[in-house]
Ligand binder design. Structure first.
Ligand SMILES: Cc1cc2nc3c(=O)[nH]c(=O)nc-3n(C[C@H](O)[C@H](O)[C@H](O)COP(=O)(O)OP(=O)(O)OC[C@H]3O[C@@H](n4cnc5c(N)ncnc54)[C@H](O)[C@@H]3O)c2cc1C
Length: 454
């Protein structure tokens, strides 16, 4: 959809207040971490209140201007990338933790709250906020909700959707609605809450959320195992899932990524094996569960280490936590995000390695083995804004592989701008039509993050 590319800044300023409208910042605020080069936007509105969000959307609807909601811009799918002439609606100033109700185990927050800050605040009440994307220290709750973000603890606690009880959302015409209830169960009406979570800013702007908190685990216990091959590590992950224990973390890292971590950290991880599996249990039974996992892994692995000590656990987690920073040292990273049924994990990783070999693309792999979410990381030369043809071919083939294995294009990062060409191939024409009909119903003028997600 083409939207008007010009409007008078003075009109917008008159509707808001001048310090909320920032014409200078448009270059950086038009980008996210995908590196997608479009834009720049015409202006950045840093909303300081729900009323300003409403006024911005009413203004945009009246003038037919695209609005791109923005949290921290840490997205990797191009969801927060803003086109020429658009308004970036930055929600990061709405960053209050309104209340934490320990008796209900819920938090009420504004969208600009940094994910780790909510978790820390919940900790003061003996609680925690389970979704923990790798970007937990920079991403916002609004962005997490809009992308249905996942994280390392997803194997046991699921994704952001599992933690959202209700949302206040400003619609494209400026109306404020509430979807969901602050209850743990609810059936009334269609599940608009479920629809809005993961809608990538295309159906409404989240301005407040009530989120489920959980009792903070009293202990964690970590098991690290190394294998001769990625197939063996994937088979071991399946064995852990079948053991009756549900680990909070279950992660796989491939050999080339281990070598990259060694180069960054001065460690010798790759010497331990060609694939790494990390499991962590939490709660009162953490040590018992870790013992069960270690028993399962010992006959399968080349080497197994277990620890209940927090410092030692942190060391064992290094191989997973440092995977992305290690690859970012090599060049520009393009983070893909397919998910497959967990039983197809080995086929997926093997397929990605074959694609790397056949296309010549440099691809590293780590995966949330607990839920089948695989991150093939393409590394291209720094400064290569547009992907070279062999990398594009590799990405295309990775998406095809995911669908062939009964999987999906994106487990947690969203479709954004980058994966739109593939959506119909995954969902089918009829569902695609329904999705566009829903978009038209919520946003008839097509002003909310046009060209994204569907
Ligand atoms: C180092 C690194 C590690 C990462 N690890 C993970 C990971 O483990 N798991 C994971 O899921 N992701 C991960 N990500 C991706 C990213 O951090 C997540 O997608 C995150 O949820 C984006 O939050 P944000 O606040 O930066 O949102 P942005 O990037 O600003 O926006 C993302 C999308 O949400 C929309 N949006 C933002 N705020 C709102 C709002 N209030 N209302 C409506 N729409 C809104 C935007 O329009 C856009 O479509 C990682 C990124 C980096 C850089």
């Amino acid at each position: 959809m083409t939207l008007a590319a010009t409007f008078s800044l003075d009109d917008l300023v008159a509707d808001l207040d001048d310090w909320s409208v920032v014409p200078a910042d448009v270059e950086s605020a038009s980008r996210d971490r995908s590196g997608s080069p479009i834009g720049p936007a015409a202006v950045v509105v840093r909303a300081g209140s729900v009323e300003q969000v409403q006024a911005t959307l009413r203004f945009a609807q009246l003038h037919g201007i695209a609005v791109v909601p923005r949290g921290a811009g840490s997205g990797v799918a191009g969801g927060a990338v803003a086109g020429v002439g658009s308004i970036v609606l930055d929600l990061s100033r709405l960053d209050r933790i309104v209340e934490i109700r320990a008796d209900d185990q819920v938090a009420v927050v504004e969208p600009g709250v940094i994910t780790a800050d909510l978790d820390a605040a919940a900790g003061a009440h003996g609680l925690f906020y389970a979704p923990d994307p790798g970007s937990v220290g920079i991403s916002t709750i609004g962005g997490n909700i809009a992308t249905n973000a996942g994280g390392l603890r997803g194997a046991k606690y699921g994704v952001t959707r599992d933690a959202v009880l209700s949302l206040d959302v400003v619609l494209a015409d400026g109306q404020l609605i509430t979807v969901g209830r602050e209850t743990l169960k609810r059936v009334t009406g269609y599940d608009l809450l479920g629809l809005l979570v993961g809608s990538e800013g295309t159906l409404g702007v989240v301005v407040r959320a009530t989120l489920r908190l959980l009792p903070r685990p009293v202990a964690t216990s970590t098991v690290a195992a190394y294998f001769e091959s990625i197939d063996e590590a994937a088979a071991a992950a399946i064995a852990v899932r079948a053991s009756g224990v549900r680990p909070v973390v279950l992660e796989i890292v491939d050999g080339p990524t281990l070598a990259a971590i060694d180069a960054l950290e001065g460690t010798q991880l790759r010497a331990n094996g060609a694939a790494f599996l990390l499991a962590q249990s939490d709660g009162h039974a953490a040590a018992i569960e870790a013992g069960v996992i270690a028993d399962v892994l010992t006959p399968l692995a080349a080497y197994v280490e277990t620890s209940d000590d927090p410092v030692e656990s942190a060391r064992l987690m290094t191989a997973r936590r440092q995977a992305l920073p290690a690859l970012e040292r090599i060049g520009r990273v393009v983070i893909e995000d397919i998910a497959v049924p967990p039983s197809r994990l080995a086929e997926a990783i093997r397929g990605i390695h074959a694609i790397a070999e056949e296309t010549g693309a440099r691809i590293f792999v780590f995966a949330h083995a607990g839920d089948g979410n695989v991150h093939p990381i393409l590394v291209v030369d720094d400064g290569e804004e547009v992907l070279p043809p062999h990398a594009l071919e590799a990405v295309d083939r990775i998406f095809a592989l995911a669908l062939n294995l009964g999987g999906t294009l994106t487990g947690e990062h969203g479709v954004g701008l980058l994966k739109r060409d593939w959506v119909t191939r995954e969902v089918g024409g009829v569902v695609d039509g329904l999705q566009h009909a829903i978009k038209s119903l919520f946003d008839p003028a097509g002003i909310l993050n046009p060209g994204k997600a569907i």
